[in-house]
Design a protein around this ligand. Structure first.
Ligand code: 5GP
Ligand code: ZN
Length: 119
């Protein structure tokens, strides 16, 4: 048994509010939302960071990015061809960025105005 939180959610051992799923990706609502839409998109395989995923399995990284856009479409933040009103994708990598779960995940945030740069 793994002690990785997101692997356990993919395995169904810990409940997740799933909003989108493909054969290789899972998307579920963040437990502590920072915006009206705050969904986490993960690969079903364990990779610690976006960089390690890009090196090990670029097709899977592409699948995760496409799943993030599909979530945004589902949430009314974009269409297949357009990005109105728009959304933000964030991937915290390492301690300085605040990564707390070491299974790569894209935060999909939207439904409010986003400031730039982030704090
Ligand atoms: P990070 O800080 O690594 O970029 O993001 C981890 C995210 O996972 C945080 O936004 C946090 O709220 C979320 N999170 C932590 N534990 C759980 C959980 O048990 N369920 C869900 N759905 N989200 C979680
Ligand atoms: Zn994992």
């Amino acid at each position: 048994m793994t002690d990785c939180l997101f692997c356990r959610m993919v395995a169904g051992e810990i409940p997740a509010d799933v909003v989108h799923e493909t054969d290789r990706t899972l998307a579920f609502r963040d437990i502590n939302p920072q915006a009206p839409t705050h969904v986490l998109v993960v690969p079903k395989d364990h990779h610690p960071t976006v960089a390690s995923l890009a090196g090990a399995d670029p097709d899977l990284l592409s699948a995760v990015v496409r799943a993030a856009h599909a979530v945004a479409v589902q949430e009314g933040l974009a269409t297949e061809y357009d990005v109105e009103p728009g959304y933000r994708v964030v991937t915290n990598t390492g301690p300085a960025a605040g990564q707390t779960v070491h299974h790569v995940h894209l935060h999909v945030l939207g439904g409010r105005h986003m400031n730039w740069p982030p704090g």
